[in-house]
Design a protein around this ligand. Structure first.
Ligand code: TA6
Length: 284
């Protein structure tokens, strides 16, 4: 039980967070990136590409990339901001209380971030493990003397046995922007099935979404707080084949369901903080 600092792929440092129930999560300091969660008695919940490169300055493909301070290419910064490609530090003092084992990682401004985003900030990602849940909580604080605005997401890749027999439940009746077609629509079905490229931003989504992994015979419940929006993404065959860090058939083994804050950017005054969290639970 507890938290161990280990050497990961390509000597990148990672934390292994273990719960007394037997559940284990792994978090790379590179990007504060959760790459694995195996709950007690269960199997891997997160998708991680077999082709991901684990290089500094590159995002890990899979797991939970932290998107901050810009979602996607909707602004002047590098795609999905810079948090996912920076090395975070581990705040070792913070480990566990009661039934929760917690690792907290921190990122602050540096000359490199100031050069493209001229703000003083502190971002903390707490990774919390209980017997049945994995919670990631992002807290951003304005450490400077002027307001700043940002968008963010926990861009979670879920492993499914076959995405074609999986369903995403809880987004019926929710308005979305379809990034593939450019259309604005309302989800007409109570559950979303995937049979082609999907890239949708659901605005003001309900706090709970469920992924039914038909082939795997399991359900993953995703609860978010503080994040208003939800993104659903699967690149499908053609787009996946253009992504070097995706193996050709891997698009069938994953779906991204992302707690996100995109439609209404967060604006923080000096000294203010914002928090957003996402809790995953595996129902066998
Ligand atoms: O959140 C969905 C999305 O913005 C898609 O448009 C897709 O590009 C995906 O993120 C992955 O982005 P990445 O930069 O990691 O290839």
């Amino acid at each position: 039980m507890g938290i161990e600092r280990l050497e990961g792929v390509n000597s990148l440092p990672k934390l292994r967070v273990s719960h007394p129930s037997g559940g284990v999560a792994e978090v790379y300091l590179h990007g504060a990136h959760v790459t694995s969660w195996v709950p007690a008695g269960g199997s891997e919940v997160l998708f991680l590409s077999r082709n991901t490169s684990f290089e500094r300055n590159t995002s890990i493909r899979g797991g939970i990339p932290v998107v901050f301070p810009q979602f996607a290419d909707e602004g002047p910064l590098p795609k999905h901001g810079f948090a996912r490609t920076r090395e975070w530090s581990w705040l070792e003092a913070d480990s566990s209380d009661g039934d929760v084992v917690r690792a907290t990682l921190q990122l602050e401004q540096s000359a490199a971030t100031q050069a493209i985003w001229p703000h003083a900030f502190q971002a903390r990602l707490a990774v919390e493990l209980t017997e049945h849940e994995l919670t990631t909580e992002l807290v951003v604080t304005n450490m400077g003397d002027a307001d700043f605005a940002f968008t963010a997401a926990l861009h979670t890749y879920f492993r499914v046995a076959d995405v074609r027999s999986s369903e995403i439940i809880g987004l019926g009746g929710v308005a979305y922007r379809d990034k593939v077609t450019g259309e604005h629509r309302v989800e007409s079905e109570p559950s979303l099935t995937i049979s082609g490229e999907v890239d949708r931003i659901f605005w003001n989504a309900p706090p709970e979404v469920r992924i039914q992994d038909g082939g795997g015979g399991r359900e993953i419940r995703v609860r978010s707080a503080g994040f208003a929006d939800v993104v659903v993404w699967n690149p499908w065959k053609e787009l996946a084949s253009t992504l070097p860090d995706f193996e050709d058939q891997e698009y069938l083994e994953m779906v991204c369901v992302e707690a996100a804050q995109i439609g209404v950017p967060v604006i923080l005054a000096p000294g203010e903080s914002w928090r957003g969290s996402q809790q995953l639970r595996l129902n066998l």
